[in-house]
Design a protein around this ligand. Structure first.
Ligand SMILES: Cc1cc2nc3c(=O)[nH]c(=O)nc-3n(C[C@H](O)[C@H](O)[C@H](O)COP(=O)(O)OP(=O)(O)OC[C@H]3O[C@@H](n4cnc5c(N)ncnc54)[C@H](O)[C@@H]3O)c2cc1C
Length: 424
């Protein structure tokens, strides 16, 4: 019987393990953290009135694999509700379909023949002064939503994504962790062994033989290895704490990982003693502002007093070295400005807070992947196993608009498992 080690116990790692363990192979998951889930991290903090999502929160549409797993597990989920507003100095304005030039921008993006980075595209076609506001809003959107650095991001990939309409969005009742718990149960039922606190440092390999050394000096042996760590870990240099050494080295694959974009994100969770945004406006789901923490959302349709702040891309990178208290201060000042409130009044209303600074999170170091103009080729390389022995999986390897999502990670895990099974 063949044995397979899976490095990383996030959505992709657990999905790969589940698919492989169905076929009675020996499957071992090695996860660096003391918990499974990776960028899925629901916490139950008693200072909050409900479980909160430090990482993934939404299901972006009727996504087949995520929803089928939830249905199979009997885990309930609900449709999000409400509208998007722009808020400035206490005045809510219904957010129009972005700003006026958006239609023109999308048309020009669609017509682009040869892919170029978004910054070059904007300079070439929308460089005129009259497009200043449009350029800024496109840059903010690409950074905020896709965590993309526009000097690298693929214009064609962003066009494809921005042109995709999401039907509904959902949240999981009780949080995304329930999906992770379910996958863990399925894996264990199939005999899969899971080791947490097991950070892989060195992979010594030859065809069909892998020897793995972990940070706590444990050795593991297998015939194949599936690596599901974030691309930030694959890109890490030899001096970084996250570095994984391959012996012999696999330069083609590591260089490919370097051509996949990976952006920063900070999520801010605040619970107040009252839902003050509802008195100003009903049905508020998303609030966009021009503040340092530009984006906020509520828990609608649930009537809760939780506001979630989101800083993505360059804006997150510039704040990442601050302490949680400093980030909280920036967040409260942003809200105070947007709502035209006194920051001291906001502080009095604040009941609980958590800062999820993913840029500083060991073994993850950021939010999720985006396409650079070299990513299509890079992904093809990473999808090819090394000598039928080392395989890669994870959200970054998913082709299409769901790269950077849980669905993308699950689908990638499933696909990699099939690839491994073929070679066993
Ligand atoms: C703040 C935030 C919000 C998000 N919101 C959404 C959302 O609303 N909807 C959505 O669909 N997606 C969202 N995402 C993206 C989604 O969470 C990810 O795409 C998905 O969870 C990635 O799964 P993965 O298995 O590929 O990687 P990960 O979840 O990162 O799993 C990789 C695992 O590898 C482990 N690891 C790293 N190095 C080592 C090592 N040396 N040895 C052993 N283990 C190691 C890590 O600890 C980690 O657990 C969000 C992400 C973030 C950060």
């Amino acid at each position: 019987m063949d044995s397979i080690i899976i490095i990383g116990g996030g959505a992709a790692g657990l999905m790969t393990a589940y698919e492989l363990s169905k076929h009675k192979h020996t499957v071992i998951i090695l996860e660096a953290k003391n918990r499974l889930g990776g960028r899925i991290h629901t916490i139950n903090d008693s200072s909050f009135s409900q479980p909160i999502e430090m990482g993934a929160e939404f299901i972006h549409g009727n996504l087949p694999l995520t929803l089928s797993l939830l249905n199979e597990a009997g885990i309930a989920y609900h449709t999000t509700a409400g509208n998007m507003f722009h808020l400035e100095k206490g005045k809510f304005k219904k957010q129009k379909e972005f700003n006026e030039g958006w239609g023109k921008l999308m048309k020009q993006m669609q017509e682009l023949k040869q892919d170029i980075p978004l910054a070059d595209f904007l300079n070439k076609y929308f460089g005129d002064d009259k497009y200043h506001e449009l350029r800024e809003s496109v840059k903010n959107f690409a950074g905020g939503f896709d965590l993309a650095d526009i000097s690298e991001a693929s214009t064609k990939a962003l066009y494809k994504e921005w042109n995709t309409e999401w039907e509904h969005q959902y949240r999981i009742n009780g949080g995304y962790k329930l999906l992770i718990d379910y996958l863990e149960i399925l894996c264990k039922e199939n005999g899969c062994v899971i080791h947490t606190n097991c950070c892989v440092k060195k992979i010594n390999w030859q065809k069909d033989e892998v020897n793995i050394l972990t940070m706590c000096s444990r050795f593991f042996k297998s015939n194949k290895v599936v690596i599901t760590v974030p691309v930030s870990v694959l890109k890490a240099n030899a001096h970084s704490e996250d570095y994984i050494e391959f012996l012999p080295s696999i330069p083609q694959h590591i260089d490919a990982a370097k051509n996949i974009g990976y952006g920063d994100v900070i999520k801010i969770l605040l619970e107040f003693n009252e839902n003050f945004w509802n008195s100003a406006k009903k049905n508020v789901a998303f609030i966009l502002t021009d503040e340092a923490v530009p984006t906020w959302w509520t828990q609608l349709p649930a009537e809760s007093a939780i506001l979630t702040g989101w800083i993505g891309g360059e804006k997150a990178s510039s704040l990442k070295d601050n302490t949680d208290d400093e980030i909280l201060k920036v967040a409260l000042q942003s809200l105070a400005n947007a709502f035209a409130m006194n920051i001291e009044d906001l502080k009095i209303k604040l009941k609980a807070f958590k800062i999820a600074n993913w840029c500083k999170e060991a073994d993850i170091n950021g939010g999720y992947s985006f396409n650079t103009i070299k990513t299509v080729a890079a992904r093809k390389t990473l999808q090819q196993p090394v000598n039928e022995t080392i395989y890669f999986s994870g959200e970054a390897l998913f082709e299409g608009t769901l790269m950077g999502t849980v669905e993308g990670a699950l689908e990638s895990g499933k696909k990699t498992a099939l690839q491994v099974l073929k070679n066993l």
